[in-house]
Design a protein around this ligand. Sequence first.
Ligand code: PGA
Length: 250
Amino acid sequence: MRKKFIAGNWKMNTTLDEAVALAKDVVKTMGDTSDVDIAICPPYTSLYAVSEVLKGSTVKLGAQDVHWEAKGAFTGKVSCAMLKSVGVTYVIIGHSEQRTYFHETNETVNKKVKATLAAGLLPIICVGETLEERKSGKMDAVIESHTVGAFAGISAEDALKCTIAYEPVWAIGTGETATPQQANEAHIYIRKLLTKLYGTSTAEQIRIQYGGSMKADNAKALLGQSDVDGGLIGGASLKASDFAGIVKPV
Ligand code: PGA
């Protein structure tokens, strides 16, 4: 049985004070939850302060990106060691906003996954098609290239430390959600790809989250699907009560 995993992706929201207040609210509402894994991913500027708030709770800290190099002249970038030093456990890699606006490719995703695992951090790897790709029948090919690309050169042992987030781009921040069936079909397809790469036993253990306008009122149906093992939540993670509404029905 895969334990459900709900992660909040705060994106470019919250100042330091706002992040601390939101993290405190999350801990108050869900800080001792143990039947579901929970993580929150604030902006870099609030990671350290939020890690202090999360101490003693079951809520883990995630970052929204990382650079693959260890150190040096990479202005604006943050390394795995830096993230570890402020208490980060998870790293979101390959989010569609990174792919669309900041030149993220399957190759850079793979480099980030490798660096993250080498540092002892746990990747949350985002994959998913645009509406145009879905409509033109390219959905499977896109998901395959994202998935196979991300896991290139990754051992089965390391693959078990990864979470995949299936995020159809057309459902992110749009209020439009994949139906539970659409989500599950994509998840089953991703698990088939993982089976080809690593065999059934490993593929069955890797968690696949759904992301894209998941909220309290649609979470139960999505999370009730056979292969939906959690959620990567954007908008609805910015209010603790909304976020709790997704975690609670699990
Ligand atoms: P959303 O974002 O829940 O606001 O659609 C999800 C994500 O981009 O991770």
